[in-house]
Ligand binder design. Structure first.
Ligand SMILES: [Fe+2]
Length: 270
């Protein structure tokens, strides 16, 4: 069967990494598919939503800006006049970025904005939801993720299925960008790929190593299926909700002078 690479980068990775077709993953079933209730979400594996209240976005922007400014202040001289999208300009050392961009925030720090998003996700999926408890930096808790992608750097993930990490299989991912995402500078999604069986996907055997950076999750490289790639164009307050089985990623920050910061909420059935 002919294998189609997902993009040119995947073809390059295929020459450097050990690859295999997927196997032994628990398939998506009505029991673990949280997108069942909405036909459009269920067909495509993802959907776009807009926060009901603009002030929810403003609150999230303020919280994450304050948090990152505070983190910068821990690791180097406190910053003045901080602008989140200029984060990369305030970094004096490469390692400061890796200390700050550690994924998890305790959801309580987002205040009411967290509950607004939880409520909206519950209404979209017609389910009672809670944050998926995970072990993060050696401590179990209810974390909200955040990602910081500097301009023109390889801070992005390759294409992957979150479900390749077993603890995400019973979740949905709510991805909400805060800055640096305008004009389609977002992540990429492969519609309907959540319905593919794993043996139709060519992937790296272990967490991928791309451009010298190591990832926990294997990278999806190609498939025997026909596919298209979508790069959603989002406005402030827009977000994406998608299945952990959907192939997504490759969200390289193409902007030359803006950092992209996004939040991600991993909800499971309450
Ligand atoms: Fe992911």
């Amino acid at each position: 069967m002919e294998i189609k690479y997902l993009n040119e980068d995947c073809e390059k990775i295929s020459k450097r990494c050990d690859l295999e077709f997927g196997k032994e993953i628990i398939p998506l079933t009505p029991a673990n598919n949280l997108l069942n209730s909405d036909p459009s979400l269920n067909t495509n594996g993802f959907g776009l939503f807009t926060l009901r209240k603009p002030e929810t976005f403003t609150a999230l922007e303020q919280y994450i800006t304050g948090y990152i400014q505070q983190q910068l202040g821990i690791y180097q001289e406190p910053v003045k006049g901080f602008e989140l999208c200029r984060y990369h300009q305030y970094l004096q050392q490469e390692e400061t970025h890796y200390k700050i961009s550690t994924w998890g925030l305790e959801y309580q720090m987002l205040g009411n904005a967290f509950y607004e998003i939880l409520q909206q996700a519950e209404d979209l999926l017609q389910l009672k939801l809670k944050v998926k408890k995970i072990n993060h930096l050696g401590k179990e808790g209810d974390y909200v993720g955040f990602r910081i992608l500097r301009p023109l750097r390889n801070d992005h993930n390759p294409f992957h299925r979150d479900a390749w990490l077993p603890y995400w299989r019973d979740t949905v991912n709510v991805w909400l960008p805060i800055c640096g995402f305008e004009n389609g500078n977002t992540l990429q999604l492969i519609p309907k790929s959540h319905l593919w069986s794993d043996d139709q996907i060519l992937k790296t055997k272990i967490g991928a190593e791309i451009e010298g950076k190591k990832y926990h999750v294997p990278a999806a490289i190609g498939t025997v299926n026909n596919f298209s790639i979508e790069t959603p164009v989002l406005k402030k307050g827009d977000g994406l909700i998608f299945s952990p089985y959907l192939i997504h990623g490759n969200g390289r920050n193409h902007k030359t002078d803006e950092t992209r910061v996004s939040l991600e909420f991993r909800f499971c059935k309450a």
